[in-house]
Design a protein around this ligand. Structure first.
Ligand code: MTE
Length: 333
């Protein structure tokens, strides 16, 4: 990566939210409603459903964050097929790509400098009502669950990770995009004083990624707000990051501040830097090598083993239909 210069997804009855989690969630919503401390942080005063819900949740930010933390662990969606043991937290939390904090894997200490709460998120562009809200106000309105996903980096290493969060489709519904929205563009924070990598002006900061609307609505596209049953650490992209497991890891943008619905295909960070090596689609395909290395196998971190890489990282059944009719494009870079 480094450049110098039955439908398996439907929850079965035994997977419905456990009662204690459900009750905690009701208490959280009641608490936040009761503690209305000020005006909601609406970018545009609107009378849409999202605006109304968010106004009802306006509360002290610290209060919201504490209550959001109490919602862990989220109920497990065990209907997701997974055939590998979860990667040891010690391994996954000390081997990260987060170029804002350095172009190597040992960024976890440096990333602690990021103040990830309170955290504002902007939902903008081709939507009914643009809105800016606190991440915990958003989380409180989302259907929360835990999913175990494979995570395959374009550099040919992989992990298996229990993400906590909510389907990206729920955020799309919340945003109410107009019919003119064809893509969802996402961007990471821009704070060079905290993230020293952002002082390196040859990188096209802020980190940017995008999905088509169909990809964003796919059942696998997930917004992670936690990992290993607790809130995300900064090195994983706190407080909110994308997880799209059928794509190479660089699509899974960390520490997002902006969700922009747009008619124009976004250019992603790595595509901007090296368009011959990284593209918009970046679907995992063992048969299409990266220009500088094979994608046929991957190192499973923490095991000392290399295993064959699977088409769409093993998620072909859920996502292959997204790419019908696009065969002429390079979907695997
Ligand atoms: N998001 C931002 N903002 N900055 C980054 O450098 N790296 C990407 C992706 N998201 C990156 C990012 C890459 S290359 C990978 S492989 C994954 O994050 C790594 O996620 P992990 O550290 O949680 O394993």
């Amino acid at each position: 990566m480094l450049i110098k210069r039955p439908r398996k997804w439907e929850l079965s009855e035994n997977l419905v939210t456990p009662e204690n989690v459900f009750l905690n969630r009701r208490a959280f919503l009641r608490g936040t409603t009761a503690s209305i401390a000020g005006a909601a942080t609406l970018a545009v005063a609107g009378c849409g459903e999202a605006a109304e819900k968010t106004e009802a949740l306006a509360g002290g930010e610290a209060d919201l964050t504490a209550k959001a933390a109490e919602l862990f662990p989220y109920p497990a969606n065990t209907s997701i097929p997974i055939d590998r043991p979860v990667t040891d937290e010690e391994v996954s939390s000390t081997y990260n790509n987060f170029y804002e904090f350095g172009s190597h894997k040992r960024i976890s200490r440096a990333a602690e400098a990021l103040v990830s709460r309170p955290w504002k998120i902007e939902i903008t562009g081709e939507v009914e009502t643009p809105i800016t809200l606190d991440v915990d106000q958003l989380i409180a309105q989302m259907p929360l669950e835990e999913r175990i996903y494979r995570h395959r980096c374009v550099e040919a290493w992989s992990m298996t990770v229990p993400w906590s969060g909510f389907p990206l489709a729920a955020l799309v519904d919340f945003a109410r995009p107009k019919s003119s929205a064809r893509y969802l563009k996402m961007q990471t924070f821009m704070q060079p004083s905290v993230a020293s990598g952002q002082k390196q002006s040859w990188y096209p900061w802020p980190y940017t990624e995008g999905l088509t609307m169909a990809e964003a609505r796919n059942e696998l596209a997930f917004m992670a707000t936690g990992i290993y049953g607790k809130p995300l650490g900064e090195q994983f992209g706190a407080p909110i990051r994308l997880a799209v497991p059928w794509k190479y890891g660089f699509k899974s943008i960390k520490s997002i501040v902006t969700f922009e619905f747009t008619g124009k295909k976004p250019t992603s960070f790595w595509e901007e830097i090296a368009p011959k090596e990284y593209g918009f689609w970046a679907n995992v395909n063992p048969e299409v090598p990266h220009p500088r290395w094979s994608q046929a196998t991957e190192e499973v971190l923490g095991t000392g083993r290399r295993v064959p890489t699977l088409m769409f990282n093993g998620y072909e059944e859920q996502v292959a239909g997204l790419y019908k009719g696009l065969e002429g494009q390079n979907l695997y870079r």
